[in-house]
Write a protein of this length. Structure first.
Length: 279
């Protein structure tokens, strides 16, 4: 664990401009947002297409060479996908793609990864002042296909346990040859990243906050919003009568933590520069 808070370098493509006081470049903040997001949206440029491609993928941040590293440390992002998908095929030729798109000669396919959480609906006195309490992060980096078997197995366990804590070792493992052959894992070397967060109550203009008619007619406040994991429903060929302890403990912890984060976001405003309306 580093003794000082590490940050990603600010780059023109990663710097937050509007409401920059809500920005964070701290590794811990960005990595935590990414690692608690169930779906990551990965974008990349497809040669010959007028539009960028965006894929919803499952992923998690970690370090194969330093397995004990936490979110405060320098980490790689691992993404899971089908072996012959477009992003996997392009990443195998990523070195050439990077040279053509950036001219920097970096190894790997240049990609952007976005992760977002909504913690509350911020209902203000006027439509323009409505907002969300949110946590969002974007990573910028270069993706290459993992070829080392040990690293691939590490990443598969990392990603599986990101879905449900302890799930990997409580399944039929290791993956068989067909599974290993049909699944590819991308390692993303992150070069920059940023986060933007908003929390707290509504923030209306003074003229509206002093309007007695509006105050007496319009309800304002925050509706906390969070994921909830429901009661597990057995599959058609499930023979295990009792819900496993690891699963029930994960579900309990997840629901408690999600609710606490959403409620805390209501009462702890993000310090932001003075501005007319929220972003």
């Amino acid at each position: 664990m580093p003794s000082v808070e590490l940050e990603y370098p600010k780059q023109p493509y990663s710097k937050v401009n509007r409401y920059d006081s809500r920005a964070s470049y701290a590794l811990e903040t960005i990595h935590s947002i990414v690692n608690t997001c169930p779906i990551l949206h990965v974008s990349f440029t497809v040669p010959g297409s007028p539009f960028p491609a965006v894929l919803p993928l499952i992923g998690h941040m970690g370090s194969f060479t330093r397995p004990s590293a936490d979110t405060k440390d320098v980490l790689e992002l691992y993404l899971h996908g089908y072996v012959s998908s477009r992003i996997m095929n392009m990443s195998r030729n990523g070195n050439r793609s990077a040279e053509l798109s950036s001219g920097e000669g970096e190894e790997g396919l240049p990609i952007c990864v976005a992760a977002s959480h909504v913690d509350g609906l911020v209902l203000a006195l006027t439509p323009n002042a409505h907002s969300y309490n949110y946590r969002s992060a974007v990573l910028f980096g270069y993706a290459t296909v993992v070829t080392d078997v040990s690293e691939k197995l590490y990443a598969m366990e990392l990603i599986t346990d990101a879905v449900v804590r302890g799930r990997y070792r409580n399944t039929r493992v290791p993956p068989n040859a067909a599974e290993m052959q049909s699944t590819s894992v991308l390692r993303v070397r992150v070069v920059s990243g940023s986060a933007k967060l908003r929390s707290g109550p509504p923030s209306d203009d003074k003229v509206d906050r002093e309007n007695e008619q509006v105050l007496n007619r319009v309800w304002c406040g925050v509706v906390p919003m969070h994921y909830t994991l429901g009661q597990p429903v057995p599959g058609p060929y499930n023979r295990v009568a009792q819900i496993p302890n690891y699963l029930e403990e994960f579900r309990t912890d997840f629901n408690r933590d999600s609710e606490e984060i959403a409620l805390e976001a209501v009462t702890k405003p993000t310090k932001a520069a003075k501005a007319k309306h929220d972003d």
